[in-house]
Design a protein around this ligand. Structure first.
Ligand SMILES: Cc1ncc(COP(=O)(O)O)c(C=O)c1O
Ligand SMILES: N[C@@H](CCOP(=O)(O)O)C(=O)O
Length: 463
């Protein structure tokens, strides 16, 4: 499998090199040169398979050339062996048509673990025999950071620098990052938003002097391997609900557009997806883009669903490029200079075939948490509630089951859940002493120079 940049100006790479590179050298994102296709029979053959076996079948076409199926299986067994549920991503039925796909049974209690547990192992495998130290630079609005840190803490030859927006993540999210005291983990709280942090990460990847001195890699969903691993649970859920004979709709609480793009990939591979419902909070750039073609970034409003407080959605570029059938270098350059762009008619019409969108207010989010508790005996987190609120008012054929991706454990956002429902969810025992542990992190001004200097002083240079 070969991968190309969405901006058309970077070399084609294989899976190993794409995984280690993260961002493409022209500032674009890597995507496969063509989508693998699963026939009806291929999907039928997934019935009854374990999560690991499903993962191997779904991901094998993407890793071909760099991993044998046995190697991929061994990595998946190790990665998903750390989940607390045998099903890895269990489905819970809420009523006659609504289901929750629980993606938070990994070590750090959010959907990020599904991909990052695997990515940590891929880094280790692909770096075996290399003496060149790897410097991971990432940005987080709360969940990617802890999942990535858990995946690489203590690993030889890897340093991780994780930027989070100061005061804009929950206490549990912050502590899951800052109480990991392994010497290769560097947490930075920046004065600014997640968008500021993400822009700095991309700027560092585009800084030739910096990349000449340090071998950078990415754990954010700019890294293709992240999305690839997330495609698996769309197949796993749809097959359990009757695919390929039955079409299924998915509602996805969305910020950086990674999770829902993985659903798009599943549909491109042949999974019968009726609709992908993009659910945003009041930071609604994606709802505006999909409903009216207006992709213009405003300032970020902090909310009780902080992981979705994003106005520049990295992976939207992957969709725009796929719908345009090639490079979107010019369109993205325009966006980068003005922070605004209009989708072309072809992009708008193409997206409308599969996507719909909704913007959920804080009141609607709280009401949905209450509904899930009262009517289905489920305590859900604010992000999942945004997905479920959009799922419940989407217009869909009556016979289509709707799966909402439950992206985080409610205890990560205990204050917000308690305010809405009166129930305070408790942390699972495996992270139980989080509030007794010592924290370590540095606070930096939200400037690229400050972050670049900080990393340059601590990272190990290329050999
Ligand atoms: C709990 C939670 N839900 C939803 C999202 C949005 O996912 P994506 O950024 O892939 O759109 C995030 C952050 O990525 C998250 O942490
Ligand atoms: N919500 C995310 C933001 C980063 O998204 P990513 O999927 O690109 O890593 C977070 O929790 O950090």
């Amino acid at each position: 499998m070969q991968y190309q940049s969405t901006r058309g100006g970077a070399p084609l790479l294989g899976f190993r090199d794409v995984t280690l590179a993260g961002l493409a050298s022209d500032g674009g994102l890597y995507v496969p040169t063509s989508w693998p296709r699963f026939s009806r029979e291929d999907i039928e053959a997934l019935k009854g398979l374990s999560y690991v076996e499903t993962a191997v079948r779904v991901m094998a076409p993407f890793t071909a050339g760099d991993l044998s199926e046995d190697e991929l299986r061994a990595l998946c067994e190790q990665a998903y062996g750390r989940f607390s549920q045998a099903a890895v991503t269990p489905l819970v039925q809420l009523d006659h048509r609504h289901f929750l796909l629980e993606l938070f049974h990994g070590p750090t209690l959010a959907f990020k673990d599904v991909a990052l547990q695997l990515l940590g192992l891929l880094f280790e495998k692909f770096l075996t025999g290399s003496s060149e130290p790897l410097t991971i630079v990432g940005a987080t609005s709360g969940d990617t950071g802890s999942a990535a840190i858990d995946a690489v803490a203590g690993r030889h030859g890897v340093d991780i620098f994780m930027l989070h927006p100061k005061g804009r993540v929950s206490d549990v999210q912050r502590r899951q990052m800052t109480t990991v005291l392994a010497p290769n983990v560097h947490n930075i709280a920046i004065e600014g938003s997640f968008d500021d942090a993400q822009a700095m990460v991309k700027a560092l990847f585009n800084d030739r002097d910096f990349t000449g001195r340090f071998r950078l890699s990415a754990v954010n969903s700019i890294n293709w391997a992240r999305l690839m691993a997330q495609v698996v649970y769309y197949f796993y859920a749809a097959v359990r609900l009757g695919a390929p004979a039955q079409k299924v709709a998915f509602a996805v609480p969305t910020g950086n557009f990674g999770d829902v793009f993985a659903g798009y990939v599943a549909a491109r591979m042949g999974l019968p997806v009726e609709r992908l419902i993009v659910a945003t909070n009041v930071n609604d750039i994606l709802h505006r883009a999909l409903s009216s073609g207006d992709y213009s970034a405003g300032t970020v409003t902090p909310t009780a669903a902080p992981s979705m407080d994003i106005q520049v959605s990295s992976n939207f570029e992957r969709l725009l490029s796929d719908l345009a059938g090639g490079s979107v270098a010019e369109q993205m350059a325009g966006f980068e200079s003005s922070k605004a762009m209009r989708l072309t008619n072809a992009q708008q019409e193409g997206a409308a075939k599969l996507f719909s969108s909704d913007r959920i207010t804080p009141e609607e989010m709280n009401e949905t948490m209450r509904w899930a508790h009262a009517e289905a005996a489920q305590v859900i987190d604010p992000h999942s509630a945004i997905g479920l609120a959009a799922a419940r008012r989407a217009e869909l054929p009556a016979d289509v089951p709707v799966v909402t991706l439950a992206t985080a454990h409610p205890a990560k956002f205990a204050d917000a859940v308690e305010r809405a429902t009166g129930v305070r969810p408790s942390l699972p025992a495996r992270v139980g002493d989080l509030f007794d542990r010592q924290e370590r992190y540095d606070v930096l001004p939200g400037t690229l120079d400050a972050v670049r200097d900080y990393i340059a002083e601590r990272a190990k240079p290329r050999t």
